[in-house]
Design a binder for this molecule. Structure first.
Ligand SMILES: Nc1ncnc2c1ncn2[C@@H]1O[C@H](COP(=O)(O)OP(=O)(O)OP(=O)(O)O)[C@@H](O)[C@H]1O
Ligand SMILES: [Mg+2]
Length: 465
């Protein structure tokens, strides 16, 4: 079966595996040269100890190096350093004197007397007592000697040969260069690398499976949470819809109730009139009653139409201070006011994006209520800047000196058709609240300690889109 990389955990898995593979290969490539250098350095140090042990055993001295051509010295050098041929992988042995001239080699005939070396700098360092090890890689086209075949790879060790005369510090009398076939070394490095790769790969895989498991778990939990959330959202929408429907049902019931009373009156009155057609005076009185009931019905219908009007708004930049003044002037004409409305001019202009017709209507309803609450006392209107839930806005307050509202009334103030007034329809405050909310604001009601009530419209400076 094909492994399809589709879900986020699988994408994560595929990427992680690629990263782990890159880390394993990268670690191998970076570690290999360090690994190899440390091995050849260690081998070079062993060669140095071995060479100097042999030199000490055979009593190799500076004179032997100087008179290397003499048979006795040549034999001594042969016997001493010829033993190194037995070291596995040895390709060539050269002994340099302090002038960097080859004085002895296992290939005596060709090299003695020449200065042949590929790494003069290493040779010089070895002459100063340091042990040097070089790994010659493929492509350098090294040759053991002029006629010899090219060597694809080799290890060169340069080790100082020291004198061991009593009472004097050890001095370098020459350098031994040993060329070895790197096959053994390569095998060791390969094994080391395999071990390293297995370790990093294994650790990486363990880490990968652990992370994959965690990621998969987190992802599936998130998926579950998301699906639960979307189910909740659907459920919430359903509840809101039910709420709306029941609110509408309530509203329709209220409207029916409101219209029913005058309509029942109309029916009763007309029945009465039918029975008393012979008495024109009485009929005329009854018809006047019928007209009154009809007018009442029309008033209710007009109020309801006003709510509908509030749903259609045209927002424009409006100077709220001016709007308040216009509304007060309108109240003065339409409502019989005993006192003028007190409206201290605000300190600064407040220009807001609102529907002026609607805000005027809302404010009118509040002023009208205030006037009806205390017809003999002055109504005060004020406009000021006010913050609400850390949003900037303005507060339009209408304060009266009336009796205020009871605790029981407080909970129903904004309910459509709630009224305590004989001629009221109970729509003034609910319309005002509806208008304020349409602007992202709210109508607030409070009883004042000193007596009276204050109804305020708070409007935000920036309407939420
Ligand atoms: N300033 C006020 N002081 C005391 N009570 C108030 C005040 N304003 C409103 N109320 C109470 O809130 C009720 C509802 O007011 P609302 O304006 O919605 O309807 P209404 O004034 O009764 O009728 P209308 O539809 O004619 O406005 C009022 O009947 C009254 O009991
Ligand atoms: Mg009212």
């Amino acid at each position: 079966m094909m492994f399809k990389v589709t879900t986020p955990p699988r994408i994560f898995g595929a990427i992680s595996l690629l990263v782990i593979a890159a880390v394993v290969v990268g670690t191998g490539l970076i570690e290999a040269p360090f690994f190899r250098q440390s091995i050849i350095d260690r081998e070079a140090a062993i060669v140095r100890d071995m060479v100097n042990a042999l030199a000490a055993q055979h009593g190799i001295s500076a004179e032997d190096m100087e008179h290397h051509a003499e048979p006795k010295a040549a034999r001594k050098l042969d016997e001493t350093f010829g033993l190194l041929r037995k070291l596995p992988g040895t390709e060539r042995i050269k002994i340099f004197n302090r002038d960097n001239v080859i004085i002895w080699s296992d290939d005596y005939s060709r090299l003695v007397g020449t200065r042949r070396t590929t790494h003069l700098e290493r040779l010089t360092r070895a002459m100063h007592g340091e042990v040097q090890a070089v790994f010659n890689t493929v492509g350098k086209d090294l040759r053991l000697d002029e006629q010899g075949p090219p060597m694809p790879q080799s290890i060169e060790s340069y080790v100082p040969i020291l004198t061991h005369e009593a009472d004097s510090p050890a001095t370098v009398i020459g350098v031994l260069a040993l060329y070895r076939d790197p096959q053994d070394l390569n095998r060791t490095i390969r094994q080391g690398m395999y071990l390293l790769w297995m370790f990093t790969g294994g650790t990486g895989l363990i880490l990968f499976f652990a992370l994959y498991k965690v990621f998969d778990l987190v992802y599936s939990r998130q998926q579950t949470a998301e699906s639960k959330f979307s189910k909740l959202t659907v459920e919430h929408e359903r509840i809101v819809q039910i709420e709306k429907m029941s609110a509408m049902g309530e509203l329709v019931g209220e409207i029916a109730h409101q219209l029913n009373n005058p309509l029942v009156g109309v029916i009763n009155l007309t029945q009465l009139a039918e029975r008393q057609v012979s008495d024109p005076q009485r009929v005329s009185e009854l018809l006047a009653e019928v007209r009154k009931a009809g007018t009442e019905c029309r008033a209710i219908v007009q109020r309801i139409l006003r709510i509908n009007q509030a749903s259609r708004s045209t927002i424009q930049q409006t100077d709220i201070g001016e709007l308040v003044q216009d509304t007060i002037a309108f109240c003065q004409h339409s409502v019989a006011l005993k006192h003028s409305v007190d409206y201290p001019k605000p300190g600064r202009k407040h220009v807001l994006d609102v529907d002026p017709v609607l805000i005027r209507q809302a404010l009118f309803n509040l002023i009208h209520n205030a006037v009806l609450a205390a017809p003999d006392k002055q109504v005060r209107v004020s406009l000021a800047e006010a913050q609400r839930d850390s949003a900037q806005g303005v507060l339009l307050s209408v304060t009266d000196a009336g009796p205020g509202f009871s605790r029981e009334t407080a909970g129903k103030l904004f309910k459509p058709f709630f009224t305590t007034r004989a001629n009221g329809t109970g729509l003034g405050l609910s319309v005002a609240q509806h208008i304020a909310m349409k602007h992202g604001g709210v109508v607030l009601a409070e009883n004042l300690v000193a007596g009276g009530a204050r109804f305020s419209i708070w409007l935000p400076k920036m309407m939420k889109p």
